[in-house]
Design a protein around this ligand. Structure first.
Ligand SMILES: [Zn+2]
Length: 95
């Protein structure tokens, strides 16, 4: 069974809070960074996130033979079905 996702995220946040306090000797709330610096940190982390996701997808896709049955083929099949008919809502979550 898959664990409760929100609970896992909350546990990770708590763990990161403890690591941050140990590393920076202050909480996020008490950290005196300027607003622009917070946004720069978030921006750089978003870039890192995109790189990590692309890397993981490359690894997943590397085993694809094009014969179907893998996650890449399933994704492409669903995407093609979603956008095949003009005038349909399309997008993620569309039936
Ligand atoms: Zn495949």
């Amino acid at each position: 069974m898959i664990a409760d996702t929100e609970t896992l995220v909350c546990e990770d946040i708590k763990r990161r809070q403890q690591l941050g306090l140990a590393k920076y000797r202050t909480s996020v709330a008490r950290n005196p960074l300027e607003l622009r610096q917070w946004l720069q940190h978030a921006y750089e982390e978003a870039l890192d996130q995109a790189i990590y996701m692309q890397r993981a997808m490359q690894q997943m896709d590397a085993t694809c033979t094009g014969a179907g049955g893998c996650l890449k083929c399933a994704h492409e099949k669903r995407r093609n079905e979603t956008y095949a008919e003009p005038g349909t809502a399309g997008g993620w979550g569309a039936a």
